[in-house]
Design a protein around this ligand. Structure first.
Ligand code: N2P
Length: 372
């Protein structure tokens, strides 16, 4: 009796093992590779927490709470100050960032370097809310890798109760010790942006790769230094609001946001022109499938009309989201700082990748930073 029970157990165990082996075999010998992929995708659960690597003060933190309430996914924010800093992080092999916000020309570079994951549009149905002109941007046709987040311009913010509206970039590049803003002005801590200001002032293409022109721009930036309090991309608008500085090279919406603290802050694009840009929500190629799904859900959430409008109302940048734009108040849509009028727009340049010259820009920028 006992022996037969023992044999029966051994037999059951053998049967169970064969069954397991059979199952495993079936799974590996799946008839169509496509089915396996679908099965795998269906099994992916979104990560419970993702890191959003963003420019500072660029999203209403309430968006995180609303997203978490809806999906259970927590978003943690970390900040970078320039496209080059973001690129260096990714090239250095950092992992853990699920959503990043590179500008136009940097999207180009990142696609070329294989640093971005392709978006699964099935997970981002709200992409349909984008205005037509943002569905086919030259740096990423068809939104294959990124979704435009916000757009704006780069110009000069100033305290209108303490100085006249600056008409020209000469307020920075021809420093005058008698000017009230001398030593109380800042420029962006950003190679491409600061070189663009100098090149535009000199009448050159802000995307030039000509070494002579770039050296001239370097000399001009060095010449401006005695009139500067420093280079700053994160707190320049707060220093204006506090009355510590009078003039700053910076991004349109940041100055509008700081108007909430000091109504005398104003913004202008000097007569020589300035920079126009669009920042984009993208997913680094290094993400896990779980992070990618959560990242796509977050991007889809941002593309909801009410959330898009909320973000623009917070950061004062224009939205590429047509459905969100409909929800924004008239005075926002008529604000010339947010939407530059045609004659100003004609003087704005997008930054473009400069290929090999990128290293030259960085080297000359290092020289500017190191100069007295
Ligand atoms: C927000 C910075 C705007 C990003 N503080 C400039 N591309």
């Amino acid at each position: 009796m006992r022996t037969s029970i023992r044999w029966a157990l051994v037999l059951m165990l053998l049967l169970a093992l064969t069954a397991c082996g059979g199952q495993g075999g079936e799974a590996t010998q799946a008839p169509a590779a496509e089915d396996t992929t679908q099965e795998a995708t269906a099994e992916v659960q979104p990560a419970k927490e993702i890191v959003f690597y963003n420019w500072s003060e660029y999203i209403d933190p309430e968006v995180y709470d609303l997203f978490e309430k809806e999906t259970g996914i927590k978003v943690v924010e970390d900040n970078f100050s320039s496209n080059e800093e973001l690129l260096a992080k990714l090239k250095g092999g950092v992992t853990g960032y699920a959503v990043i916000v590179p500008s136009d020309y940097m999207v180009n570079i990142m696609i070329q370097e294989g640093l971005l994951a392709e978006l699964d549009h099935d997970n981002i149905p709200n992409i349909k809310n984008l205005a037509e002109e943002w569905r086919n941007v030259p740096f990423d046709p068809g939104n294959k890798y990124c979704v435009p987040y916000q757009w704006g311009t780069t110009g000069l913010g100033y305290l209108s109760d303490q100085m006249d509206e600056p008409q020209t970039w000469a307020v920075l590049f021809k420093p005058n010790p008698d000017a009230p803003w001398y030593g109380r002005a800042t420029m962006l801590d950003d190679a491409r942006e600061s070189f663009a200001a100098a090149l535009i002032y000199l009448g050159y293409d802000p995307n030039t790769t000509d070494e002579g022109q770039l050296k001239e721009a370097r000399d001009l930036l060095i010449q401006a230094k005695p009139g500067l309090a420093g280079y700053d991309s994160d707190t320049y608008e707060d220093l204006l609001a506090a009355g510590e500085n009078l003039l700053a090279h910076g991004w349109s919406g940041d100055f509008l946001m700081a108007q909430e603290d000091n109504e005398n802050i104003a913004y202008t694009i000097p007569q020589e022109g300035g920079v126009i840009w669009v920042d984009n929500l993208c997913i680094p190629a290094s993400v896990t499938p779980e992070e990618k799904l959560a990242a796509e859900m977050f991007i889809n959430f941002i593309l909801r009309p009410d959330i898009g409008a909320k973000i623009s109302e917070y950061n004062y940048y224009a939205t590429p989201n047509a459905a969100a734009e409909k929800l924004l108040p008239e005075d926002f849509l008529n604000d010339p700082t947010v939407y530059p009028p045609e004659e100003v727009r004609a003087k704005l340049h997008f930054l473009k990748p400069v290929g090999e010259a990128e290293a030259l820009y960085q080297r000359l920028w290092d020289e500017v930073k190191a100069a007295p």
